[in-house]
Design a protein around this ligand. Structure first.
Ligand code: C2O
Ligand code: CU
Length: 431
């Protein structure tokens, strides 16, 4: 077989000449650098990958290997984390725990397989509250071997930015930002990328991949103009697609929706007191909608849970007006603020753990585990959605069940990145 390869930066898949099949390896370069982005009529100094905010949409086929070179063109350290992907530990991109920061001018090659189809994303994991808020993130899509038939596959990212009085990125993170609900931007931008590039018609079937890369802002995303179902959460297919209702999307979380456009598709956020318009996908022309039902996406192969060999409690503490704890940050997990020297849990590879998470703070949080997905359990202990980030409102308790089968040191932290920076982080050792 002829193995002539051509590689392109961003957006394109490496193909084997002549066959039209995707090559076994998807290669690209990700170069973080200073850029200008347009917000509210201003050219704002931000950061981006390969010149863009968001970074290039990375697409691989399920089972393909990604080989991605981080080429650091910043004047500070850089690291990339592949959020939600089950990668080998040394490819996880976490400062201290899995690798040292890549210094300015240096590069690092990440290589990992993509066992699970779905909607994921990548972002800086070096001073992430700052670097992500300045724009270092992008979508990472793993396409199904047999994808559902849709007319458009569209990534939608809701990102907020805090601009100062002169319309520039506000560099100041003040203590109140860290100790309360986080640093909430005064501009929300909806970043839409339509993979097919075709104009959307009324009646077309759409797959929307919603991602929240905002550092601290939670959205409750309502969709007008779409008749459809929620088919995946945090990348993982729902066994039973759910009725399309406003979707809670905390930082780091994703949601896939498949539906037929009944008009312009309008996004609105109802998480706060007021409903905020988040923008729309316009339609032009119309056609008869597909008659085929919206069914579940093909399941990914997930580990089978056993009876928990390990149970643990994780108590979220601290924040404005709360009692003190050890460590230097505002937030704490089980009495300790900041990444502890020894892990919160240390288990043999393959152990099923049930972790009870209790939010004793006065603010909501979203806890994210690296390298694994977990089941949210309901009060009766039945398994619900299989996710990588779980949202806990004030006073809420949630148990999760996780098969810890990926060896290494894995971070477990609040994905409100101001909270993570201010102490709400721990880790688990597997194997
Ligand atoms: Cu998306 Cu530790 O992060
Ligand atoms: Cu938090």
């Amino acid at each position: 077989m002829l193995l002539t390869r051509r590689s392109f930066l961003g957006g394109m898949t490496l193909t084997l000449a002549g066959t039209g099949l995707p090559a076994a390896t998807r290669e690209l370069i990700l170069a973080p650098q200073a850029i200008k982005a347009r917000f509210a009529g201003h050219d704002v100094s931000m950061l981006g990958f390969n010149g863009g905010l968001p970074g290039p949409e990375i697409r691989v086929r399920q089972g393909q290997t990604a080989r991605i070179t981080l080429d650091n063109r910043l004047e500070e350290g850089a690291l990339v984390h592949w959020h939600g992907l089950r990668v080998p530990n040394r490819m996880d991109g976490v400062n201290v725990l899995t690798q040292d920061a890549v210094i300015p001018g240096a590069s690092f090659r990440y290589q990992f397989g993509a066992p699970d189809a779905g909607t994921y994303w990548y972002h800086s994991h070096y001073l992430s509250y700052d670097q992500v808020s300045r724009g270092l993130f992008g979508a990472f899509v793993v396409e199904e071997q047999t994808a559902p038939a849709v007319d458009h596959d569209i990534v939608v990212q809701f990102f907020d930015v805090l601009l100062d009085g002169s319309g520039q990125y506000d560099e100041a993170f003040n203590p109140a930002h860290f100790a309360t609900e986080g640093r909430i931007g005064n501009i929300v931008t909806t970043l839409v990328s339509n993979g097919t590039g075709k104009i959307v018609k009324r009646g077309d079937r759409l797959r929307l991949r919603l991602i929240n890369p905002s550092i601290d802002r939670v959205y409750r995303v309502g969709l007008d103009g779409l008749a459809g179902k929620i088919v995946a959460l945090d990348g993982m297919p729902l066994v039973h697609p759910q009725t399309l209702e406003p979707i809670l999307l905390a930082p780091g979380q994703r949601c896939d929706v498949i539906g037929d456009a009944t008009g312009p598709v309008r996004f609105k956020d109802s998480f706060g007191e007021r409903t905020l318009s988040l923008g729309e996908i316009t339609v032009s022309g119309s056609r008869d909608p597909s008659k085929s039902p919206i069914i579940a996406l093909p399941a990914n192969q997930m580990p089978a849970p056993k009876d928990p060999g390990q149970t643990a409690e994780l108590v979220l503490q601290g924040g404005a007006g709360r009692a003190s704890h050890s460590g230097t940050g505002t937030w704490a997990l089980n009495g300790v603020s900041g990444l502890p020297r020894s892990p919160f849990l240390s288990v043999k590879q393959g152990t099923t753990a049930r972790i009870s998470i209790r939010n004793e703070t006065g603010f909501p949080h979203v806890m994210h585990l690296h390298g694994h997905h977990f089941w949210e359990l309901d009060a009766a202990g039945r398994t619900g959605a299989y996710r990588d980030s779980t949202y806990l409102d004030v006073g809420e308790v949630r148990d999760i069940l996780v098969v810890l089968d990926n060896p290494g040191a894995w971070m477990l932290h609040c994905h409100m990145l101001s909270h993570q920076a201010d102490g709400m982080a721990t880790w688990i050792r597997v194997g």
